[in-house]
Design a protein around this ligand. Structure first.
Ligand SMILES: NC(=O)c1ccc[n+]([C@@H]2O[C@H](COP(=O)([O-])OP(=O)(O)OC[C@H]3O[C@@H](n4cnc5c(N)ncnc54)[C@H](O)[C@@H]3O)[C@@H](O)[C@H]2O)c1
Ligand SMILES: [Zn+2]
Ligand SMILES: [Zn+2]
Length: 369
């Protein structure tokens, strides 16, 4: 079939919205008609050419929501008409990691996915007979995509697509970091560094876990206001003194849980230093630049602070994304303030410009449906 999609032809150039060929889903694959897709930093990062593992030509996009339009042979859990959220972090439910409650890092299709292929090592996307690769296994800047069944979470049809798509990446990452990776305890004191989509999700996750104090640190007053609406009890402008302030605010000890959601190694260090001696847990969500390292004074660790990373918030996508969407449907989570702009696929490059200008949290592309 023919589909309109935003193609990355060449790094550093605007995406080109054009018509591509999309082949029918193969065994274990699903054809999804996309209705909405968020535009994320990772898309822009890859488009810029700064990511050394990036490839082109490819169709970017990984925060999709839509409807199952067709299924390939052997697809067990999805049928035509199901509402789904795309997962760049799949869940096969069979590999050693999926069988363990300790991690969400499914091993089933990693290698091919990282190279831009579907699990069988080929692509369904093509242009004039030449293969076009699948970005993050998702390629959701398009009217339709073909994806492995294990990379789709079935969600309630009651969730509007523009809200549901937010759960495909940053929001679930932040929520999950607090709820599943750190497992924040009731009554805890938390400090969240960064109030983008991930940090705001972490603030909401801390609140949902019953934290008593949730301090959010960011450079932007506007974003701190959003954090307040998600449950932050104190908001601090980042001024280089956040660690001292966190220690002062906790009787010299530090916070029970800290979260880094900026991608800056200097802030990761601050987050560790703001964690409490004895048991403070620092959860790193940000993706640092290639080659950057985290500088830690080992004494901080000996005295009981711990640091851990969190990919997609530790969320096991097919099981837990639907549960997170339910939080929204029940009214426990207000996601509307995260959608700052809505636009058609044709304006995807404008979404990148808005992101660069830090104008709003998420632009959502309104696709078909
Ligand atoms: N672990 C994962 O699976 C995963 C998933 C999605 C995104 N990420 C990463 O998480 C990070 C955050 O993503 P995002 O979409 O929220 O980004 P974002 O750019 O929207 O938000 C980052 C925020 O950090 C703030 N900031 C900058 N310097 C600061 C400082 N010194 N102190 C406090 N705050 C500061 C900025 O003002 C901004 O609001 C990125 O590195 C992104 O790549 C990771
Ligand atoms: Zn993303
Ligand atoms: Zn698996």
């Amino acid at each position: 079939m023919k589909v309109r999609a935003a193609l990355l032809e060449e790094f550093g150039r605007p995406l080109v919205v054009t018509e591509l060929d999309l082949a029918a889903p193969g065994p274990g694959e699903v054809l999804v008609r996309l209705a909405a897709c968020g535009v994320c930093h990772t898309d822009m990062y890859t488009a810029s050419g700064a990511d050394p593992s990036g490839y082109a030509p490819t169709v970017l996009g990984h925060e999709g929501a839509g409807v199952v339009e067709g299924v390939g042979e052997g697809v067990k859990d999805l049928v035509r008409g199901d509402h789904v959220v795309t997962l760049f972090s799949p869940q096969c439910r069979e590999c050693i990691h999926c069988l363990s409650p300790r991690t969400n890092l499914c091993l089933a299709i990693r290698e091919q996915q990282n190279k831009g292929y579907l699990p069988d090592g080929t692509t369904r996307l093509s242009l004039a007979g030449e293969p076009v690769r699948h970005f993050m296994g998702t390629s959701t800047f398009a009217e339709c995509t073909v994806m492995p069944e294990i990379a789709l979470a079935r969600v309630s049809p009651e969730a509007p697509f523009d809200r549901a798509c937010l759960f495909a990446c940053g929001l679930s990452t932040g929520l999950g970091a607090a709820m599943f990776t750190a497992e924040v305890r009731e009554g805890a004191t938390c400090v969240v560094f960064g109030a983008g989509m991930v940090g705001l999700g972490a603030v909401a996750g801390c609140r949902l876990r019953g934290a008593e104090r949730i301090i959010c640190v960011d450079l932007s007053d506007e974003r701190l206001e959003l954090a307040r609406r998600q449950g932050a009890t104190e908001c601090w402008r980042a001024d280089g003194h956040a660690v001292e302030r966190a220690l002062e605010a906790t009787g010299g000890f530090g916070a029970d849980y800290t979260f880094e959601a900026t991608g800056l190694v200097s802030v990761m260090r601050e987050a560790l230093e703001a964690a409490r001696m004895g048991w403070g847990l620092c959860t790193v969500c940000g993706v640092a630049g290639k080659g950057e390292t985290l500088d830690v004074v080992p004494r901080l660790l000996i005295t009981g602070r711990r640091v851990c990373g969190s990919s997609f918030g530790g969320v096991k996508g097919r099981d837990q994304v639907p549960e997170l969407v339910e939080l929204y449907l029940r009214g426990d989570l207000d996601v509307d303030p995260f959608i700052s702009h809505r636009m058609p696929l044709e304006e995807v490059n404008r979404a990148f410009e808005l992101m660069e200008a830090q104008d709003g949290i998420r632009s959502v592309l309104e696709l078909s449906g």
